[in-house]
Design a protein around this ligand. Structure first.
Ligand SMILES: Nc1ncnc2c1ncn2[C@@H]1O[C@H](COP(=O)(O)OS(=O)(=O)O)[C@@H](OP(=O)(O)O)[C@H]1O
Length: 273
């Protein structure tokens, strides 16, 4: 992502509001889903009802902490390689709804255990964001879907219905982690970009966790190093208890076992001890 003061201004403003917010006052509910009062308002959601997309808009859908800043960076670099123009965001680039028919949509998933752990650290590490009392407290709320942006599992169940849509491309965080250049090539093909082998290599080198973390203060302001925290697969093993493992395995089975998305998430590879 390019240096963009609008982007950083928005994050700084949200952090400033977070300073005065206690955890019990963090969430409001819009159409049954909790959102943080520091970043969203019901007015914005209502205004988005009248939003009209352009036919060449690109949309990324992701539950929090699945690597959205990573993919935004990659797409920006691909656009730059294609057009030689750096895109400057006129607004903070997060749209909470829109007409899917009009977009090409990247859907980004990460295994639910690492997603939960990343989400917990974000809350508890960023000084200005209200903290949970403990990992166990956060886990309980995460499993109930009572965290910002709601339930990972409801998000997954809904997207499972759209995986075969022509305008939707699925990306798995763990696949990208394993082979960044291949992932970048697939994203480029989906959007009709034709980067050279050299451009793919350059974008890959700029999109590694370490490269992005090193620039994170420049790209994301004070919160940067917390957004690019560890970037690993399997960090959940440091926090999950045996009971929590079983609880999430059960929930996964109940919600996603036997579904197309359930298979694509490769749960047995990434979520078993
Ligand atoms: N380049 C690269 N490689 C590997 N991993 C990366 C990369 N960029 C971001 N990340 C990791 O993605 C996690 C943050 O996800 P999001 O950007 O979606 O967070 S947010 O919802 O916008 O707050 C967060 O995960 P954790 O480190 O586990 O907390 C980031 O470190």
């Amino acid at each position: 992502m390019t240096t963009n003061s609008k982007f950083i201004d928005y994050i700084d403003e949200a952090l400033e509001k977070s300073k005065e917010t206690v955890l019990s006052h963090l969430l409001f509910t819009y159409q049954g889903i909790p959102y943080p009062v520091t970043m969203c308002t019901s007015e914005t959601f209502k205004a988005l009802d009248a939003f009209e997309a352009r036919s060449d808009d690109i949309v990324l859908a992701s539950y929090p902490k699945c690597g959205s800043n990573w993919i935004l960076h990659i797409v920006n670099e691909l656009m730059f390689a294609d057009s030689k123009q750096k895109y400057e965001y006129p607004e903070f680039p997060v749209l909470e709804c829109g007409d899917p028919e009009k977009y090409q949509i990247l859907v980004l998933f990460r295994n639910p255990k690492d997603t939960a752990v990343s989400f917990f650290h974000f809350h508890n590490d960023v000084p200005d964001i209200p903290s949970y009392g403990s990992w166990d407290d956060f886990f309980r709320q995460f499993m109930k879907g009572q965290v910002s942006w709601g339930s990972y599992f409801d998000f997954a169940i809904n997207w499972n219905k759209h995986l075969d849509d022509e305008n939707v491309m699925f990306i798995l965080y763990e696949d990208l982690r394993e082979n960044l250049a291949t992932g970048i090539k697939r994203i480029a093909e989906f959007f009709g970009f034709s980067p050279s082998g050299e451009q793919i290599q350059t974008i890959s080198a700029q999109s590694t966790f370490h490269a992005m973390r090193a620039k994170s203060q420049e790209t994301h302001g004070a919160v940067g190093p917390f957004l690019f925290r560890k970037g690993e697969v399997g960090d959940w093993k440091n926090l999950f208890s045996e009971t929590q493992n079983q609880e999430m395995d059960e929930k996964f089975k109940e919600c996603l076992a036997g579904t197309a998305l359930g298979t694509k998430l490769k749960y047995n590879s990434y979520c078993q001890p």
